[in-house]
Design a protein around this ligand. Structure first.
Ligand code: SAM
Length: 617
């Protein structure tokens, strides 16, 4: 990217905060000097440094003194480069296996940690500890006085050359999504059965709010006066919010694009409540006398357990926060047999002879070869082609096998993506369509980006059955997903052997990802990391297409809404997809009638046009 483009991207990001170009330009200039023209630092976290510097200067001295003030700016404020993963470029159509088998009850419960996974136990405090005694939402310590949240970066791309700069793990260059190379090589027709996936809603899909109200929502009116709104008071929306909502409603596949900039404004207003005048300035600039509220905000629901912070925001309603313990890796509940040992990994199941990045060599290593690109993949053609283009995606994707401990490559190897964890900027938010909480991305994601793994407790099918039987109905939602454990193996596993993941009580951000019939923007891919037999594997979400900043992330749970025989009642789907499978008979009739009316209208128009010779616009 050339300098002009970079400058214009930076101005675009600050303009979105109503910061005039002429005020930001000198700051940009001085910061660049300070950063020795390192644009990656400038661009990190949505130009955070630039925006921070602006508000700080504005609050302290006014932007005229910028040149002097910026030199006083602490160099330690430079954002550091983060470890970033490579990316998977692929496409597949989700398949469904609707078999749901559960067996008899089993005995008690105790959590144990899975070896080598560093999982946290369930004693991890609840999200609700984010509140102070008076019940007001408390920002995290590191959030106080500094605005550290992400701003969509107007499609900022990072220099291609970065990829070839230093690749040590601590300073692994942050490639733009567009620039990342595919990290996994996929094998065709690998497994016999498709991955079975389904969510079981709790017995009652009603949200039962029996939790104690332990916090009060915050709302900021006009110039940042803090108030706690009385419950039931309707939320006044700005014109832009209303416009946004309308466009959301009409947009298919792009729901809940709540204005992130406005979220940030709300975040800022909270800063003021904690004594940050610069942020208050920002708020008063942008609020334009609109009433703005933020009912709840947590800057990092992972409490530092992930590489990237994941915030939670509710701008819509005064809802209880979800109660669960965040874990970044799967954890065994009790009886699940997940046998991880280096001895089980045969020599041809790893690439001990490799070094550095397995994907950088022209011939993929043994692990990468386990999964082979489709015929059209430029990497597969790379043997004949000395300069392969970036992969444009694959027709068939089955599973991914990542390099692991016995492999000779390093942690920055392109064939280690899922194991490096979340690097995307994600946010949990309260949806407008009645789906409860959902997950959105705060940055544009290109097709094939690894988003997150589905993390939860590893249970046997028997244990899951037991758990479901004990459900009181007070649980807000349950989130089990079955691992199609006999996939790729010779024998069919019994229910006390077959595994599933349950994120109801303990899980990661994926537990908030909502369902969308057919055209969700994520696809779940089984990933083999530590265990070679596919009895246990990881389930990772990748984007199926480019996803815009602020778009809700969704996947197809594979539910059959017409299966009324199923013991667990499915939820009423509000996915908004035009291909929604949960169509009530009356809607079906209406849909058909509307279609017939449309067809007739079209026909009439065509005839009229033929007669008059007029063009249909
Ligand atoms: C994995 S959870 C997703 C997070 C959930 N929305 C929450 O608030 O915690 C699955 C539950 O979300 C709700 N849900 C997911 N997708 C939905 C959809 N398309 N329409 C309505 N409800 C949905 C259902 O209640 C379902 O049982």
């Amino acid at each position: 990217m050339d300098i002009n483009e970079r400058v214009s991207n930076a101005l675009c990001a600050t303009r979105a905060l109503d910061i005039p170009d002429e005020e930001v330009k000198p700051i940009l200039k001085q910061l660049l000097k300070l950063y020795e023209k390192n644009w990656e630092l400038m661009e990190a976290e949505g130009y955070r440094a630039l925006i921070d510097a602006y508000f700080e200067l504005k609050a302290k001295k006014g932007v005229k003194d910028v040149e002097k003030a910026i030199l006083e700016h602490d160099a330690s404020e430079k954002p550091s480069m983060k470890l970033h993963s490579g990316v998977q470029e692929d496409q597949v159509s989700p398949t469904m296996d609707k078999s749901r088998k559960f067996l008899a009850p089993k005995e008690g419960k105790r959590l144990k940690s899975m070896s080598g996974q560093g999982a946290m136990d369930s004693s991890q405090p609840d999200l609700q500890e984010e509140r102070n005694e008076s019940g007001i939402l408390l920002p995290h310590a590191q959030f106080m006085g500094r605005w550290k949240e992400v701003i969509p970066s107007c499609g900022t791309k990072i220099d291609r050359n970065l990829a070839s700069k230093g690749t040590s793990c601590s300073s692994y260059p942050e490639k733009s999504i567009e620039e990342r190379e595919p990290s996994h090589i996929l094998r065709k027709n690998v497994y016999r059965k498709h991955l079975s996936k389904q969510f079981m809603p709790s017995k009652s899909e009603q949200i039962i709010n029996d939790q104690k109200q332990i916090y009060k929502p915050i709302s900021v009116v006009d110039q940042g006066v803090l108030e706690t709104p009385s419950s039931g008071k309707s939320i006044v929306k700005s014109a832009s919010e209303k416009k946004l909502m309308r466009s959301e409603e009409s947009a298919s596949g792009c729901n809940d694009n709540t204005n992130h900039m406005e979220s940030n404004v709300k975040d800022m207003s909270k800063h003021r409540s904690s004594g940050s005048s610069n942020l208050a300035n920002a708020h008063s600039q942008s609020a334009n006398n609109d009433e703005r509220r933020c009912f709840s905000y947590i800057s990092d629901i992972t409490k530092g357990a992930e590489n990237a912070k994941i915030s939670l925001i509710n701008e819509i309603a005064n809802e209880d926060l979800p109660k669960f313990s965040y874990i970044p890796h799967n954890i065994i509940y009790q009886s699940a047999y997940v046998h991880i040992s280096l001895a089980r990994i045969a020599d041809d199941d790893c690439c001990s002879g490799c070094s550095g990045d397995c994907l950088s060599s022209s011939i993929p290593c043994a692990c990468a070869r386990e999964t082979v690109f489709c015929q059209d993949c430029p990497l597969a053609r790379s043997k004949d082609d000395c300069s392969p283009e970036p992969c444009k995606g694959h027709l068939v994707r089955k599973f991914i096998k990542e390099c692991w401990r016995k492999c000779g490559c390093d942690m920055c190897c392109g064939n280690r993506v899922v194991q490096r964890g979340i690097t995307c900027k994600l946010q949990v938010f309260w949806t407008r369509q009645g789906k409860g909480w959902g997950v959105r991305t705060l940055e544009k994601l290109s097709k094939g980006t690894f988003v997150c793994e589905y993390v939860g407790e590893i249970l046997t099918n028997t244990e899951l059955y037991d758990r479901n039987m004990k459900c009181t109905g007070n649980e807000r939602h349950t989130y089990p997903v079955t691992l199609d454990a006999d996939w790729g193996s010779e024998k069919v596993l019994r229910d006390e052997e077959a595994l599933c993941l349950d994120a109801t009580f303990t899980g990661n951000v994926a537990r908030f990802i909502n369902h969308r019939c057919f055209d969700g923007n994520l696809i779940d891919i089984p990933v083999e990391v530590e265990t070679p037999d596919r009895h246990y594997y990881h389930l990772a979400f990748f984007t199926k297409r480019e996803v815009s900043a602020l778009e809700e992330l969704t996947w197809d749970y594979g539910m059959d809404f017409s299966d009324h025989e199923h013991p667990i009642k499915a939820f009423n789907c509000c996915c908004g997809s035009q291909h929604c499978r949960d169509v009530k008979p009356i809607d079906k009739r209406n849909r058909k009638q509307t279609q017939q009316k449309e067809d007739a209208k079209c026909k009439r128009l065509k005839i009229a046009t033929k007669r008059t010779g007029a063009a249909i616009l």
